[in-house]
Design a binder for this molecule. Structure first.
Ligand code: NAD
Length: 351
């Protein structure tokens, strides 16, 4: 198996690459342009493995993608490269349209040309997994779950650009027959998560005795999934998912943001006692424009068709994550420093 992974230096991409290289023994080419969110330090455990290669390239660069496909001759593509931070999309949407929409288009076209040139058996076995988010479905009220049939209704420039890319991927299946599968997942958390996102930001600010910003009153609900559970789902969907279909991925772990922050404070207070309970550092800040109230996933299709179950519940996953950040300052220390002066990174409280 030769898997071309895009965005493999990011949070989920690096967890996927570690899984495919170390546990599955697949040949992996990681194509990543290394934006601020890409970090090769997350791939230290695979960098000297003979079945791992890295190519620094932009997925919107048609020439570079054509060369990557012809040199590596992938049997599978797992497409994760994206601009992924909602707050950044609100202050600057251009990169989101460029990478998430035009980059996905370029990758689909390159994959199609490669696929068409394969012999029949290889063409039958080829798969293109497009990795996306539950945010394309918009916002839920107090009741209900996102299903694969839920109409798209994105709120932010980020989710709108991901929605556009999902439609392109599905259209490349319907129109050209490209063997595409799409996955839409809830919020991930775990080790190697860039420290601008809610959970790592809260852990590191709390550790440093800094304010813990929470949007609005912290009532927004997210469905949290430990990143390694997502990676197992992606592997299964790429392997056995029905072509042209969507699979929703979620942990059935709904939490209000304020509960998440308070839980992290409690775990940290136990592991690294402080003079005052860290929950006193919580500071409510004005809400994000277009902030979706609630996301929650119905993952029945993935569970029944492919036999997937989340292994990590939220409490154990958060304990593991906090413990990882305590033990791995070598990874996050330089990142915190490099954007310490950047207002966005320090006040942005939301995944
Ligand atoms: P991330 O921001 O941590 O990583 C994105 C990676 O893509 C980075 O390494 C970056 O350098 C790379 N990249 C960006 N633009 C590129 C380009 N033009 N060419 C090549 N590489 C480029 O993102 P993540 O959190 O790991 O998310 C990965 C994917 O999963 C995204 O498509 C995202 O929409 C989706 N997703 C994320 C979550 C989540 O909770 N983080 C949930 C569901 C779906």
């Amino acid at each position: 198996m030769r898997v071309l992974v895009t965005g493999g230096a990011g949070f989920i991409g690096s967890a996927l690459v570690r899984h495919l290289v170390l546990e599955k023994g697949y040949d992996v080419l990681n194509v990543d342009v290394l934006t601020y969110a890409g970090n090769l330090a997350s791939l230290r455990s695979v960098e000297d493995k003979p079945n791992y290669r890295f190519l620094r390239a932009d997925i919107s660069d048609a020439g570079a993608m054509a060369r990557a496909f012809s040199d590596f001759a992938p049997t599978r593509v797992m497409h994760l490269a994206a601009e992924s931070h909602v707050d950044r999309s609100i202050t600057g949407a251009a990169d989101f349209v460029q990478t998430n929409v035009l980059g996905t288009f370029t990758l689909l076209e390159t994959a199609r040309a490669h696929w068409l040139a394969l012999d029949e058996d290889a063409r039958d076995a080829f798969r293109f997994l497009h990795v996306s988010t539950d945010e394309v479905y918009g916002s839920l009220g107090a009741e209900g779950l996102f299903r694969e049939e839920t109409p798209y209704d994105p709120s932010s420039p980020y989710s709108a650009s991901k929605a556009a890319s999902d439609h392109l991927a599905k259209a490349w299946h319907r129109t050209y027959g490209l063997p595409v599968v799409v996955s839409n997942c809830s919020n991930n958390y775990g080790p190697y998560h860039f420290p601008e996102k809610l959970i790592p930001l809260t852990i590191l600010n709390a550790l440093a005795g800094q304010k813990l910003p929470v949007y609005g009153k912290g009532e927004n609900v997210r469905d949290w999934l430990f990143v390694d559970d997502h990676v197992r789902a992606l592997d299964l969907i790429a392997e056995r998912g029905r072509l042209g279909e969507t699979y929703n991925v979620g942990g059935r772990n709904e939490r209000r943001n304020i509960e998440v922050v308070e839980r992290i404070c409690a775990v940290l207070d136990q592991l690294v006692p402080a003079e005052r309970p860290r929950r006193e550092l919580i500071e409510f800040v004005s809400d994000r424009p277009g902030h979706d109230a609630r996301y929650a996933i119905d993952a029945t299709r993935l569970e029944t068709e492919l036999g997937w179950r989340a292994r990590e519940d939220f409490d154990s996953g958060i304990e593991k994550t906090v413990a990882w950040y305590l033990e791995n300052e070598w990874w996050w220390g330089p990142l915190r420093q490099s954007y310490a002066g950047e207002r966005l990174g320090l006040v942005s409280p939301q995944a």
